[in-house]
Design a protein around this ligand. Sequence first.
Ligand SMILES: NC(=O)C1=CN([C@@H]2O[C@H](COP(=O)(O)OP(=O)(O)OC[C@H]3O[C@@H](n4cnc5c(N)ncnc54)[C@H](OP(=O)(O)O)[C@@H]3O)[C@@H](O)[C@H]2O)C=CC1
Ligand SMILES: N[C@@H](CC=O)C(=O)O
Ligand code: NA
Length: 372
Amino acid sequence: MSRAVNIAIVGAGLVGSAFINSLQSLRSSSIAYNIILIARSSKALVSKQYTPLPLKTWSSDLAAASSASALSPGDLAAYLEKSPLPVILVDNTSNEALARVYPLFLQQGVSIATPNKKAFSSELGLWTAIFKAAANLTGTEKRGLVYHESTVGAGLPIISTLKDLIATGDEIVKIEGIVSGTLSYIFNEFSTAGEGEVKKFSEVVFKAKELGYTEPDPREDLNGLDVARKLTILARLSGLEVQSATSFPVQSLIPKALDSVEEVSEFLARLPEYDAETEELRSDAAAQGKVLRFVGKVDLGDGVSDRVKVGIEKYDGSHPFASLKGSDNVIAFYTKRYGKNPLIVQGAGAGADVTAMGVLADVIKIAERIAK
Ligand SMILES: NC(=O)C1=CN([C@@H]2O[C@H](COP(=O)(O)OP(=O)(O)OC[C@H]3O[C@@H](n4cnc5c(N)ncnc54)[C@H](OP(=O)(O)O)[C@@H]3O)[C@@H](O)[C@H]2O)C=CC1
Ligand SMILES: N[C@@H](CC=O)C(=O)O
Ligand code: NA
């Protein structure tokens, strides 16, 4: 093995743990991936000499670490800047403060692989600063690379497909799909085409959380913001200057009366009180022979007023969206080249393993370009 990179992992929850497991089981790689840092919100394991951390007991070592070991984004930048090998920051958090430091990391030559949507779907200025700070193919400066496949559709090849379509000269006409694993699972279970048992909305929400599909705070899924963030990313990559994830119509599934609840535990405990509201939506659709699905659209067609839109739509039982299973995402790219029949990507769009796969594939792509 002749080449190596250093890897700093921030966020060791569901996706972070799955990422570490997948990286450890990588076989026959010609590049050595040296994990030099693993951090949670309040603790960190840091290799002061930039030598690989022992990984067999990382989880218990991290649990036993002192709370004084936690690093601020500034401390992290200072540590990574001195890495003797090219370094990749793997941000497996949903932390916005960390995302705001991406331009600094990139300027310092630190590359980034992440499923964290915050950096790419907050205000447009942050997006511009990130891609201005990142390496470009013609630049000679030492800049970092940034890859974020798992920010949309987990490991499904959505960002890479969209970039390839555009890079090869195709024109995006419309992108339409179901891009929330959580909301896909919830509506696939709650609003079905057949005669089966009718489930309670809140029970299906709890199950989606238990299966690891939801955001750390499931209200970010239910209020439509997670889908809005993904649509913001797709729209920006397609060339639309979307100001933020709240600058277009987004439908929320949070009952009005729970809007002001602060604690997530209280929100979840009270959610069953409002099952009747979602049941009314479901049964109305069922009476018309339709099912409910939570859909996002980016429309670049002539004369369209709402170019980006997120919310519930009703579909006939025969529509492909009606027969989705589990946490499947489905994205249809309508382009000039593909004409009337869109390019479709479908498969599991949430879950620790499939998300970690997308992050690891990004790490490998970066390492192939920067390892020494
Ligand atoms: N789960 C999924 O299916 C998918 C998730 N994603 C994205 O992946 C990311 C991680 O999700 P998931 O693993 O499910 O979430 P978890 O809540 O399981 O894990 C988040 C981790 O981030 C850590 N963390 C939060 N803030 C900080 C901070 N400031 N410094 C260091 N560590 C921090 C948490 O620390 P602590 O343990 O101390 O709380 C925790 O270890 C999110 O951005 C999510 O949107 C993307 C696609 C699919
Ligand atoms: N909460 C998200 C996780 C992936 O981005 C989802 O349900 O899709
Ligand atoms: Na993806």
